[in-house]
Design a binder for this molecule. Structure first.
Ligand code: PAF
Length: 288
């Protein structure tokens, strides 16, 4: 496996290949990322991963400065998973001047849920992903693949829409959320949890599963029942000491609330949640 730090070296290393399969990350890798790399491996003729903690997607009060930077351990894990090439640029390399040009995703998709609680987050994500795509795919002549985990459900949807609206010749491939044995979704931010918080953390996924069950039981008249069900789920988590941002049932197709006109089926819905436990903000989701 080769490690490069500059766009020039990345492009030179990719020149002999036609069909990169790309896994962008912010590092501090866990089994979820490695699963994406293993999924990427048979897709293209070279498997590439990037490690870059993207300042643009963090608000000033968020954890940009403390986000774990673990390049050496990440590279060892990537190599074991079969990655061929790692691109780990410095901030100066990727943003040599302030990034004035940005990719602005549509409000109806990007200003709800995560975007509502983290204003500017998806502008930062889309901007860096677009830039990374330019770096990784510029030499490609064959099919191009980029892989994103379903744990960041809304992120994956925003990126799919970006690729579609900009007619980028890239296939977006989703990876299933990887979970700890107790059901907690794997996340780089789980490392922030104290021992007692770690034991409690699975309650977010349990609350979402309970909400999904309640939603299915009320499927005949879901739009009327939903506000009550969501409020109950929020209260239950808050009573355990969490500070929930949202626990909600949405249409998979556009992440909008189901309307009376929708024929509500389990296959049409996703439950999504975000909540703070102590100082750590966790997100999770289940396709119902
Ligand atoms: O999901 C992530 O780790 C990041 O949002 C991404 C896609 C690597 C962009 O910085």
């Amino acid at each position: 496996m080769k490690l490069v730090h500059t766009i020039e070296d990345l492009r030179a290393a990719l020149r002999p290949y036609n069909s990169p399969a790309f896994v962008p990350t912010m590092g501090n890798l866990h089994e979820g990322h490695l699963d994406l790399v293993r999924t990427a491996k048979p897709l293209g003729d070279v498997t590439v991963s990037s490690i870059f903690v993207n300042r643009l997607q963090f608000a000033p009060h968020e954890d940009f400065d403390t986000y774990p930077r673990t390049l050496q351990a990440d590279c060892a894990r990537l190599e074991q998973a079969g990655c061929d090439l790692v691109f780990a640029p410095s901030e100066k390399e990727l943003y040599p001047e302030p990034q004035g040009f940005k990719v602005q995703p549509p409000a109806e998709l990007a200003d709800i849920l995560e975007g509502h609680f983290r204003p500017g987050f998806f502008v930062g994500v889309c901007t860096v992903v677009m830039k990374l795509f330019q770096c990784v795919f510029s030499e490609a002549k064959g099919p191009r693949y980029a892989l994103f985990g379903k744990k960041d459900y809304q992120q994956q949807m925003v990126i799919r829409r970006m690729v579609q609206q900009f007619a980028l010749p890239i296939s977006i491939v989703g990876g299933e959320t990887q979970r700890a044995p107790d059901g907690l979704a794997l996340s780089s931010r789980n490392g922030y949890l104290s021992e007692s918080e770690r034991a409690e953390a699975v309650q977010l996924s349990l609350a979402l599963r309970a909400l999904a069950r309640d939603a299915l039981a009320a499927a005949d008249a879901l739009p009327q029942h939903l506000p009550g069900l969501e409020a109950r789920a929020l209260q239950a988590l808050a009573a355990r000491g969490w500070k929930p941002d949202y626990l909600t049932v949405r249409r998979r197709v556009d992440l909008q609330p189901p309307t009376p006109a929708d024929a509500t089926t389990a296959q049409s819905l996703v439950v999504l949640g975000a909540a703070r436990l102590g100082t750590t903000r966790l997100i999770d989701n289940f396709e119902v």
